[in-house]
Write a protein that binds this ligand. Structure first.
Ligand SMILES: [Zn+2]
Length: 268
């Protein structure tokens, strides 16, 4: 029995999302993980997209922001049409920027549950991809994203008060506890197993990243060693709270060894 055009229309819906991940399925299909603003993270099936003639293929690449026409399916919904809204072309064509973008979408994936909308995290993710595409202050753009993704996921690290005595932290070496989600003053954090010493300069950067708008962050001129410490401490904090490792940072590290100009020592 042929279905009516109306019945078909009712099974169709349109959505806009960032492609977080794709996995090959069967001969020619792909399973896509798409992050949408209103519906959260969705898994969709794109049939036949690995065939050379597929018109959809170029529109569902990782970290593309794309417009999809989707048909309700019995198990998985199917992508019937795809049209790129923002290709983030520069990111796609640059191996280094791609590796940062993979990390950003991997974090977005890790910090969200299926079909659980997080509009702010969606906005941050899309903004960060745009910043990477602009190609300036890319290391800082990723640090900025990490801190705000943590905040939005409910893991906001406390950098202003001691999490034990609640006193404002003085400008001296304080101590970050991953477990307790924030800083400890010297009497409570020094000589405690598992805490990380935070020099004043490093703590300042964390506070700045947490409080200031991107325009001000992008203009920061940081000492390379400070930037490197901020990066490694944030990475440890994230892995601790996600309770699992991430794949992209390993790739970022490998690229850095191959291309030393991308080390935090070499750029802001
Ligand atoms: Zn204290």
């Amino acid at each position: 029995m042929e279905e009516t055009a109306q019945a078909r229309r009712q099974r169709l819906y349109r959505l806009q999302g960032i492609i977080l991940r794709r996995r090959d399925l069967g001969e020619a299909d792909r399973l896509l993980t798409v992050f949408t603003r209103d519906r959260g993270k969705l898994n969709l099936l794109a049939k036949g997209v690995r065939r050379a003639a597929s018109r959809k293929a170029g529109h569902i690449e990782p970290f593309t922001y794309t417009d999809l026409l989707v048909a309700k399916g019995a198990n998985l919904d199917l992508v019937t049409q795809a049209e790129t809204i923002e290709p983030h072309r520069r990111v796609r064509e640059d191996l280094w920027l791609s590796s940062l973008a993979y990390y950003v979408v991997e974090l977005a994936d890790a910090f969200t549950q299926d079909e659980d909308p997080n509009a702010l995290l969606f906005d941050w993710t899309l903004e960060t991809l745009r910043r990477l595409d602009a190609g300036t202050a890319t290391n800082l753009a990723v640090r900025y994203y990490e801190l705000h993704a943590l905040d939005l996921a409910g893991y906001q690290p406390q950098f202003f008060h001691c999490v034990q005595c609640n006193k404002s932290l003085a400008p001296e070496v304080n101590f970050l506890s991953l477990e307790r989600g924030g800083c400890l003053c010297p009497p409570h954090g020094a000589n405690v197993a598992g805490t990380i010493a935070l020099p004043v300069d490093v703590l300042k950067v964390f506070r700045y990243l947490q409080r200031y708008p991107w325009e001000q962050i992008a203009a920061l001129q940081l000492r390379p060693d400070v930037l490197a410490q901020v990066e490694s401490i944030l990475a440890r904090y994230i892995v601790f709270h996600l309770e699992r490792g991430l794949r992209a940072p390993v790739f970022v590290d490998r690229l850095r060894r191959a291309f030393p100009e991308h080390a935090p020592e070499a750029q802001g």
